[in-house]
Design a protein around this ligand. Structure first.
Ligand SMILES: [Zn+2]
Length: 165
């Protein structure tokens, strides 16, 4: 039996991931009442220890790594999305950090994205903040529109969140 040819290539599979303090890129979040409501006395501590990873892809927005709770952000999103979108996204992700601190699993295999109780709670929280900063229901619905979303699922989701559009 011939043996399999060896690749002869060595790959070091454990690669460094650079993390930066969230507060280096997002300032004054501790002044946001909605976040103070969620984190209370721990607000400053949580913000101070939350780390972010930037990845250089045109695709994607923000997300939380559920292994260690750092936030992933597309550098393209950071650079090109409206300020208001980035603000609401970080509010949303920080709500996930709270859920994680409470021992909850962020990714639930049994639910699709728009049906996940984790996401519904995070969006309800985000929408409250969006209204506070003066966004109309139509603007909020536009904010929710992402290219990868199934149109029907999104319409159902918008209804579920009681947005009047
Ligand atoms: Zn989310």
């Amino acid at each position: 039996m011939p043996s399999k040819p060896r690749l002869g290539v060595v790959i070091k599979r454990t690669v460094p991931i650079r993390l930066y303090p969230l507060t280096k890129y997002f300032k004054n979040l501790e002044k946001v009442d909605a976040l103070r409501d969620v984190f209370g006395d721990q607000t400053e501590d949580v913000l101070k220890r939350t780390m972010v990873e930037f990845y250089s892809s045109r695709w994607g927005y923000m997300g939380v790594n559920d292994e260690d709770g750092h936030i992933l952000i597309s550098a393209h999103h950071m650079k090109h999305s409206p300020l208001r979108t980035l603000y609401l996204d970080i509010i949303h992700e920080l709500f996930h950090i709270r859920q994680r601190m409470d021992g909850r699993k962020l990714f639930l295999d049994e639910f699709g994205y728009f049906d996940s109780p984790i996401e519904i709670e995070a969006y309800e929280f985000t929408i409250k903040e969006a209204r506070r900063i003066g966004m109309s229901d139509r603007e909020i619905a536009e904010y929710l529109e992402v290219p990868w979303a199934d149109k029907k699922d999104l319409a159902k989701f918008i209804k579920r969140l009681k947005l009047k559009v």
